[in-house]
Design a protein around this ligand. Structure first.
Ligand code: AKG
Ligand code: FE2
Length: 355
């Protein structure tokens, strides 16, 4: 049987930002003015604030835009303090949080094998940290996952400074991107063994692992056709043991794997798929930022998971085209459908006639 090619994610272990930056950006280039990004931003702002490796005006030429584990960054005292459950519970308080609860440790968004419930934050932390529960919703071995939201999720963007101000004092965000591009900071707390569905996000992201270890499997956006997408999620949840009858092309997708320890920061570029397994009970905070000009993003999207506006518009146009093709008899429909597909391949993907 064919299996996926596996690559280790690049890890950068320097503890010093500047030398870390110069490892990645060895080639200074002349500043170029780019809208939205101040010319005088520090070298730290360079790493991930651009797309397609274009020079962005900070005197460095970005050479990578791939997932990277950054070790040795100073992300604050949370790494020491939050290893104590008592500390986390006391300083997180008892505000209600909405959580995912499932019997299976493999949480599946597409088949919805979980329920949403609410608990006070401190009770949730205690339950998520234990393997069997005396109080439970479904069963005494149920699994928990928190993806924190704003207090009024339809209006408010998740930010630990607003929703968990006391705990937020312990966290230093890795501002390797311009501060004004910041979008949200999200608490992620999971039971041991929990596997989170394979999905992509539309913004660049630093996933800060604060306590517990995690295995992350990533896939390049170039492999989208092998990932059996349903919205922004892949139908392939069990990436290490996929159903090959259902997902025969999945083995063609290259896996990029890394293991995160407390204190590690994983850069997940926008559109890179990720599947996350918590090897221990663990706490993470991730920071999303708008690396593109703000006009690309839906301003009403408080979750930060809506596709970019032109992508949404293009999808709607294609849906209309499909509906219009349905007016034709099948013989004609397939003929024109093939032509439309090859038009997109030629004009957008720049594939030649032969490919
Ligand atoms: O670590 C997790 O729980 C999920 C992380 C994630 O999906 C993200 O940072 O975008
Ligand atoms: Fe994500």
């Amino acid at each position: 049987m064919c299996s996926n090619d596996v690559k280790q994610v690049l890890t950068i272990t320097n503890t010093n930002h500047d030398s870390f930056i110069s490892d990645i950006y060895p080639k200074p280039c002349s500043p170029v003015k780019t809208e939205g990004i101040p010319l005088n931003c520090s070298a730290r702002g360079v790493l991930v604030s651009t797309v397609d490796c274009e020079p962005i005006g900070c005197g460095f030429e970005p050479i990578i835009r791939i997932p990277t584990v950054l070790q040795g960054l100073d992300i604050g005292s949370c790494v020491q303090k939050w290893s104590s459950l008592e500390y986390l519970m006391k300083n997180g308080g008892n505000k209600q949080v909405k959580i995912h609860v499932s019997e299976s440790p493999q949480m599946d968004f597409i088949n919805k094998n979980f329920v949403y419930r609410s608990l006070p934050f401190d009770d949730f932390v205690r339950r998520a940290s234990e393997k069997t529960h005396s109080e439970y919703f479904i069963s005494e071995t149920e699994n928990y996952y928190l993806r924190a939201l704003g207090d009024d999720p339809r209006r408010e963007i998740a930010d630990i400074h607003s929703q968990f101000p006391t705990l937020a004092q312990d966290v230093k965000f890795p501002y390797l991107f311009p501060r004004e591009k910041f979008f949200s900071s999200v608490f992620r707390i999971a039971s041991e063994g929990l596997q989170l569905w394979t999905h992509y996000d539309i913004m660049d992201n630093f996933l800060m692992q604060i306590s517990g270890r995690k295995k992350v499997v990533l896939f390049s956006p170039d492999d989208v056709n092998y990932l059996y997408l349903n919205g922004d999620k892949s139908e392939v949840l069990d990436v290490d043991n996929p159903d090959t009858d259902k997902f025969p092309d999945f083995y063609k997708a290259q896996k990029h794997v890394c293991f995160l320890e407390p204190g590690d920061v994983l850069f997940i570029p926008a559109l890179w798929f990720h599947n996350v397994i918590s090897l221990d009970f663990g706490v993470a905070v991730n920071v999303f930022w708008k690396h593109l000009d703000s006009q690309f993003y839906d301003s009403k999207d408080t979750y930060g998971n809506k596709d970019l506006l032109p992508a949404t518009r293009a999808t709607q146009i294609i849906d209309r085209a499909v509906k219009t093709l349905e007016e034709l008899p099948e013989y004609y429909r397939t003929f024109y459908a093939r032509q439309l597909i090859s038009r997109i391949e030629k004009k957008v993907l720049k594939l030649s006639d032969k490919t």
